[in-house]
Design a protein. Structure first.
Length: 300
């Protein structure tokens, strides 16, 4: 008798299969962990993939120094709960060592600088696979990714140099110095993620739910107040009830007005939204190819 899996169970089984293929094909993988909803779902899937054993990979967090405090608190709680190794790559250290140059001005961000820190961290620890929470529905350059996304010896991504993945056969062969980025939840949508969070009762940072915060309206988004925010003449902060659909550097992550306090309310809200979740990320508004340009240079 054949059993038909539900849509979410099919996605879960696919992701678990990818995790196990990574374990089989690579010598030293790691999981990229930001503390956001996608990387948190990744951790949950990794637990299922290797249960009852512990997750066999360390976590990598690239710390820009411009994080939401809630994100760091959530990250540390996850690490304690799982008793898993955490490796932190510091963008501030990269700046101090002259590896990258700090941006200046109203729209300054450390987001682009993360690529160098990530590549240095991968090289320092000898990782040959970095598992991330990228999804094809997020952005047009994400849609070009494979489950096993090849990076050359300089850590760069070439969308024309990716391997075919027919019948879920993954080719992890690499030359010395090359590595792969792995995306187990490539086929998931934002709504899939939230429905899975609801079904599995996965905890998330409070930032994903409506709360009052001091914000500034800039670039068609509500940018949160922080010590890194520089106001222009005529700009002022106001108190708004907002939530965040995606988390990144506090300087570039825009919120939306919302009354969604629970996972179920978030699901109802995004079912009616017509904009993409990255539509409120200032780093993606620097140009039409902003994400692809960063990915070519080693970004997540």
């Amino acid at each position: 008798m054949r059993y038909k899996l539900s849509h979410l169970k099919e996605l879960e089984a696919e992701a678990i299969y990818v995790f196990r293929e990574v374990y089989a094909q690579f010598d030293k993988p790691a999981i990229l962990f930001s503390g956001g909803k996608d990387s948190t779902v990744l951790i949950h899937l990794a637990k299922k993939a290797f249960y009852p054993a512990k997750i066999p990979f360390p976590l990598i967090h690239i710390d820009t120094g411009h994080n939401f405090p809630e994100t760091i608190e959530f990250r540390d709680q996850i690490v304690d709960d799982l008793d898993i190794e955490l490796i932190v790559g510091s963008v501030q250290k990269s700046i101090d060592e002259g590896r990258v140059r700090e941006e200046t001005g109203i729209y300054a961000s450390r987001n682009v600088l993360q690529s160098t820190t990530l590549l240095d961290t991968i090289e320092e620890h000898g990782f040959d696979a970095a598992i991330g929470g990228g999804r094809r529905d997020e952005e047009k350059s994400r849609a070009k990714e494979r489950f096993f996304s090849h990076r050359d010896e300089f850590g760069q991504w070439n969308p024309r140099n990716q391997r075919p993945e027919l019948w879920t056969l993954f080719n992890g062969r690499k030359k010395q110095g090359e590595h792969f980025r792995i995306f187990p939840i490539s086929n998931w949508t934002e709504l899939d993620i939230w429905n899975y969070i609801a079904a599995e009762k996965i905890e998330l940072p409070s930032l994903y739910f409506a709360h009052h915060r001091k914000v500034l309206w800039r670039n068609n988004s509500w940018i949160p107040d922080s010590k890194f925010l520089t106001l222009r003449n005529g700009e002022s902060l106001i108190n708004k009830k907002i939530r965040f659909r995606t988390l990144g550097d506090i300087t570039i992550t825009g919120g939306i007005e919302s009354d969604a306090h629970t996972v179920e309310e978030v699901i109802q809200e995004i079912s009616a939204i017509t904009t993409t979740e990255r539509g409120h990320r200032a780093d993606d508004k620097r140009g039409e190819t902003a994400m692809e340009d960063r990915k070519r240079d080693g970004y997540f």
